[in-house]
Design a binder for this molecule. Structure first.
Ligand SMILES: Nc1ncnc2c1ncn2[C@@H]1O[C@H](COP(=O)(O)OP(=O)(O)OP(=O)(O)O)[C@@H](O)[C@H]1O
Ligand SMILES: [Mg+2]
Length: 399
């Protein structure tokens, strides 16, 4: 008895005998099949119909060949499984097809039974891929929902502890104040983690809303660094803020910039042992100096980074554990945390630097890390100055 299968297959071949034989065989096996005799017709069918699950794609066809169709399909982001067919097969060609996203590759002539096995395997792999993706999506949605819902009660907890710490409900001694403050600090760390997670997702979905304005870099940096003076003192770390005279304006979203610097200073505190030093410095530099900077090769210059004009160079350096050279690029990926033998680590989720990178990219700036394991780390941010020619302002709709 014929069991009708759910998978819909498009057979693309300019040789009608092969296409017809495949169609008859797969129809007999219960698949729903259609035919296309050239690349562009196939592409139209695949992109418009959306319900094809597998395509058997001949490589050499006139006008649009199979490789081009494969690449276009891949770029369109669909999840159709592609089995490439070629009469002039070679190992290199097979490798190229797989690299471009093909599921499988078969050389002509082939036995129809062999093709059937490959089709069945492609259908199974595709289903497993989709199930895995859906599961991953569900997990991420759940984490996002939970994180979002945790923020309000956490903010209420912080508020209540603060009222007690301030002495509004009765006298609190210095030791009690210390404990209450560290409870507030821990809650704040979780709030920052949640904000990083939610915003990274918004960046990825293209739904982040940045309100950029010209801001005085020194004023902003001074204010943020000031907030870290108490925790630095508490941890026995010397925090120095070195702002070069003369002020420069940068075009940033104040909240996002505050969080970027907060993440960097938070990291510096977390990874610097007692007795260490953290320095925040800010300088005004011009394009010639930017060219002379030793920007690491792993930090490619973003396409929106201006070639000319002046920049604010902000550095947060510490005398902490440092980061091994081969990890400097990876630490900007989300959920990356390096394993350490010792140190005063305080958890975290590995999201802070991923947020920093996305935020700085959105300001048309760039960020990278410099470090020597065991000798401390430095995080460098370059932001275009507002005083640059008006193109920067115009590009961002600022009058
Ligand atoms: N100043 C630093 N010194 C040494 N290692 C650092 C420093 N900053 C970052 N790192 C390394 O990079 C990793 C990623 O940093 P990131 O800020 O993204 O995550 P996190 O601080 O571990 O967690 P989260 O920021 O989510 O609380 C850290 O876990 C640490 O291994
Ligand atoms: Mg961090």
């Amino acid at each position: 008895m014929l069991v009708q299968k759910l998978d819909k297959i498009l057979i693309v071949d300019d040789e009608p005998e092969i296409a017809q034989a495949l169609k008859l065989y797969l129809d007999y096996e219960g698949y729903t099949t259609s035919l296309a005799s050239d690349g562009s017709t196939a592409l139209d069918m695949l992109l418009n119909a959306k319900d094809y699950t597998v395509v058997l794609l001949d490589i050499s066809m006139p006008e649009m060949d199979g490789i081009t169709v494969l690449k276009r399909l891949h770029d369109s982001g669909g999840d159709i499984a592609v089995i490439m067919m070629s009469g002039h097969g070679s190992e290199e060609l097979a490798v190229e097809c797989m690299r471009d996203g093909a599921e499988d590759y078969i050389s002509k002539p082939f036995a129809l039974e062999d093709m059937l096995l490959r089709v069945e395997r492609a259908c199974t792999h595709r289903r497993e891929r989709i199930e895995k993706r859906l599961l991953q999506q569900e997990r991420e949605d759940f984490i996002l929902m939970l994180s979002h819902d945790m923020k309000n009660p956490l903010t209420a907890v912080i508020g209540s502890i603060d009222i007690i710490r301030e002495g509004c409900l009765g006298t609190v001694n210095e030791e009690q104040k210390e404990y209450l403050q560290s409870a507030i600090d821990s809650c704040n760390e979780v709030v920052i983690m949640i904000d990083n997670l939610l915003d990274i997702r918004k960046f990825e979905a293209g739904k982040i809303q940045m309100t950029v304005h010209p801001c005085n870099a020194h004023e902003l940096i001074g204010k943020i660094a000031n907030q870290f003076a108490r925790p630095a003192r508490h941890d026995g770390i010397e925090l120095t803020v070195d702002l070069e005279a003369g002020c420069s304006e940068v075009i940033v979203d104040k909240n996002a910039f505050t969080r970027v610097l907060g993440n960097l200073l938070g990291n510096a505190l977390k990874f610097t042992p007692e007795g260490g030093k953290i320095t925040v410095s800010c300088r005004h530099i011009c394009e010639d100096e930017v060219r002379r900077l030793e920007i690491p090769t792993y930090a490619p210059i973003p396409p929106d980074f201006p070639e000319k004009g002046c920049f604010v160079k902000l550095t947060v350096s510490d005398t902490g554990n440092g980061i091994p050279a081969d990890e400097l690029e990876r630490i900007f990926d989300r959920y990356t945390q390096l394993t350490r033998k010792s140190g005063r680590e305080r958890g975290g989720a590995g999201l802070g630097l991923a947020y920093c990178k996305l935020a700085i990219d959105s300001f048309h700036g760039m960020i990278w890390a410099e470090s020597e394991a065991g000798k401390g780390s430095g995080f460098v941010i370059l932001l275009p100055c507002c005083s640059n020619d008006n193109t920067t302002k115009q590009r961002r709709g600022i009058k």
